[in-house]
Design a protein around this ligand. Structure first.
Ligand SMILES: Nc1cc(-c2ccc3ccn(Cc4ccccc4)c3c2)n[nH]1
Length: 247
């Protein structure tokens, strides 16, 4: 997967040299480049913002630098080296919710282009014009307001990269984690069997894999019902067997 990120704070992405994302970059699973939006400014002050039409607080990011940046990073329908157009992802408080399902969708893309807004946001015409040439998705991490898109891109990239083949050592862990089957994951335990007077549930030390799977399922259902009742309502009927319905 190819990933391009455009930001006025490229140094925000230094953490992407670390850990499993760093390894994915080193082994070619992820080809990532971070670009400074000011590259595409031409005035002595390298201006990227201006006052909002219609008034209101703060500043808005000017369309011209963004237009040139997207032209440079998403050139034409099919560039000479066979690159197809990227999918443009724009973090925004007004975006669609970022979910594990969307993470899987993005993990299937060959080229992602992230536009990190700052100030009050990016001139709408940048997104409208981009949408005439490539898929554009505004994505929200949740109902709270960040300073800009950079942290959101770090979160989105982590959720997407860990789904790429070979990035996670034990791919099996993808199956059981929270949100993998529409449920929160069951509680986790490791050695010692007793810690500060607290014991690991006996079933987990029984070696009875059928009982263990059942226990984990029950715990996941109870935890989800208690913390995220909205997820219970969204479960596909077939994911609940008759015993679950009795729970
Ligand atoms: N889920 C989520 C996403 C964001 C986000 C994303 C990009 C930007 C660009 C500028 N801001 C700040 C801001 C935007 C709108 C109104 C006031 C300030 C951003 C916030 N916040 N929360």
């Amino acid at each position: 997967m190819r990933v391009d990120i455009v930001s006025i704070f490229p140094e925000y992405f230094a953490p992407l040299d670390l850990s499993l994302i760093g390894k994915a970059r080193a082994n070619g699973t992820l080809r990532l480049a971070v670009h400074d939006l000011r590259t595409w400014t031409h005035d002595v002050h390298r201006t990227v913002d201006d006052t909002p039409y219609g008034g209101g607080p703060g500043m808005v990011m000017r369309p011209e630098p963004w237009g040139e940046a997207l032209d440079a990073l998403a050139p034409g329908e099919l560039s000479p080296d066979g690159h197809t157009l990227p999918r443009l992802i724009v973090p925004s408080p007004a975006g669609v919710p970022f979910t594990q399902a969307l993470a899987h969708e993005l993990a299937a893309e060959s080229h992602l282009l992230f536009a990190c807004g700052r100030y009050e946001g990016i001139d709408q015409r940048v997104l409208d014009h981009a949408a005439t040439r490539m898929p554009v998705t505004e994505v929200s991490l949740g109902d709270y307001v960040l300073f800009g898109g950079e942290v959101a891109v770090l979160v989105i990239l982590e959720a997407v990269t860990r789904l790429l083949p070979g990035v996670l050592g034990n791919a099996g862990s993808l199956d059981e984690e929270s949100h993998a089957h529409g449920l929160l994951e069951a509680p986790l335990y490791t050695k010692p069997a007793t810690w500060r007077g607290l014991d690991v549930p006996e079933v987990l030390r029984s070696g009875d894999h059928g009982r263990i799977a059942r226990w984990r399922r029950d715990e996941a259902l109870l935890r989800t019902a208690g913390r995220r009742p909205d997820m219970i309502g969204a479960l596909a009927p077939e994911t609940l067997d008759k015993r679950d319905r009795a729970t």
